[in-house]
Structures are given as structure tokens and as C-alpha cells.
Design a protein around this ligand. Sequence first.
Ligand SMILES: Nc1ncnc2c1ncn2[C@@H]1O[C@H](COP(=O)(O)OP(=O)(O)OP(=O)(O)O)[C@@H](O)[C@H]1O
Length: 299
Amino acid sequence: MDLPLAIECTGISKRYPHFALHSVDLACEQGTVMGLVGPNGAGKSTIMRMVMGLVAPDAGTVRVLGHAMPERQVAAKRNIGFIAEDMRLYESETIGFHMAFIQSIFDSWDEDYANTLLRRFDLNRQQKVKGLSHGQRVKATLLLALARRPSLLVFDEPTTGLDPAVRKEVLDEMMNAMADETRSILFSSHNTADVEQISDYITFIYGGRIVESRNKEDFMDGWRRLRLTNRDNQPLPELPNLRGVQHSGRLCALTVNEYDESLPARLSGAGLAVQAVERLTLEEIFLANVKHAKAEFAQ
Ligand SMILES: Nc1ncnc2c1ncn2[C@@H]1O[C@H](COP(=O)(O)OP(=O)(O)OP(=O)(O)O)[C@@H](O)[C@H]1O
């Protein structure tokens, strides 16, 4: 049985002077982590702002936790924790002030959990926001979002600019938040290792379009690099899911998506000796996807 959807975007479009989001469909099941990846300016933040009701689509519909956005955003936001880089805390106030402020607004505030997070993040209530480092600010905003125990967490690039130790703390806490099986996370990151580590589903966006969106295992499993020797300079057969070719003398590396086990035999039949079939990291898939999408756009 399919789980209920925490987020359901259907055919959402948006036109800015130098950018368009083209009829994007995006679904995030309850209890799962969806990672958005794509190059700068692909449209990740625009989608997240629409999910938060901060931007209205020109066409299409957005439903979050069963609420139509942006119309029902007040009701939906009671149960969403949002973190974005441009979010501001009160500079001259303390972490404790912000905790008390959020607690006064949200009944769901969990003071014990907030104290646990203060300890885990090595923060203290008396620290003023203006004296916090970038990593401490991220941890403070994460604490404020998590201690409300919302059903949905929407994080726009939560790990950007963090050192490896703080990045791990932030990712660990995001994973801990998923111990509640009904909670969901939508997050974007340029760090493909983060996305690979914690996502159940991966959506790749390029130029305002969804290039690929599926569960992580299928996403990663679809891609292969085949290393070939082409002694007699044979032409490559027609390969519909070819995403990249690199030649180096008689050696050749093919990057393919939707890999089919019968491919090595097919290539051998065409006079091309397959030396190795390798899996790709998400970083390599990202680069292959961007290169291929760029070439398609240029046509
Ligand atoms: N309010 C706006 N007015 C005009 N253009 C906008 C507006 N908001 C976003 N854009 C444009 O939409 C495009 C997509 O921006 P968006 O922030 O969604 O990308 P992104 O994938 O999050 O990029 P990054 O990884 O760099 O954060 C960009 O070209 C941006 O300039």
C-alpha cells in the first residue's frame, strides 16, 4: 500500500524574467527523506519556497500535509520546520530567547528534547546570536526547528559551509529525527555525499525541469560506466540511454543510465571488448547528468 504523501506538487510552473520552472511533479511520501540535487540556479529553492507557500505557482497545485498551498499555509506551517540560508534570527537576542519565543507559539515544543539538542550541539542558552559562528547558527536554527517536533522538515542547503564535524552532527540529528516513522524531510544540498547518505528518494533538477526522481537504490543502480577496448575502431551501436562517451586512443568509457545486464554482450557482438563495468557515485552521476542535460538544452 502506498504511504500518504507529505508533499504533492502537480504540474507546478513559475516564470521569472530569466528562469522558468516547467510543470514539475514531485511527491514525497510520509516517513521518507527526499534529497533535491541540481546545479546552481536549477530551481531547487523555488520548489521549496512553493512547498512552504512563500511563492505561488503560476500553474499547478501544491499540497503539503494534506493542505493546499499557499492558501492553507498557516495550518500547514504549524507542522513544518523550515530552514533556509536567508533565514534571520534576532541578532541581539540569545538562543534562550528564541527557544522561549518558539515555545510560546508552538504547543508541540519539546523542552527535554531542546535541552538534549543544546548539549549535543554544544550550545548554551545565554549565547547571543550575533556572537555565533556559521556552524553554531545552523545548529541553533536546527534546534529551533526540531524541538517543535514537526511532521515535515524542509531544509534548503542545511550543510552548506559547515566543517566536516559539524556537518556530521547536523546529518546525524536529521537522521535521529527520522526515528519517528511518520516524519518526512525534503532537503536540498550541493554535497552529493550528504544526499547519498541520508536520502530515501533522490530528485535531480536541471534548468527548471525534473530530470530523474526515484528511490535512491534505483537511482544509483541505474547508472554504470563501461570501459571498452575498441581495437578496430568500430562505430558505437545506437544506445538510447547513453549519457556520456570518453575516448582515449583505443580505450573508451561509456556512461549509461537505465543499465541493462545484456549490454556488455551486445557491445561485444559489435566488436567492442568490455573490460570493466563500474558503478557510479552520486557525484559522478550528478556530473554526467549535468553534462548530458547541458548538451540536450543546447540542441
Ligand atoms: N524572485 C525572483 N525573481 C526573479 N528570478 C528569480 C526569483 N527567485 C528565483 N529566481 C531565479 O530562478 C532561478 C532558480 O533559482 P533557485 O534559487 O530556485 O535555484 P537553486 O537550484 O536553489 O540554486 P542554488 O543551488 O544556486 O541555490 C535562478 O536563476 C534565480 O535567479
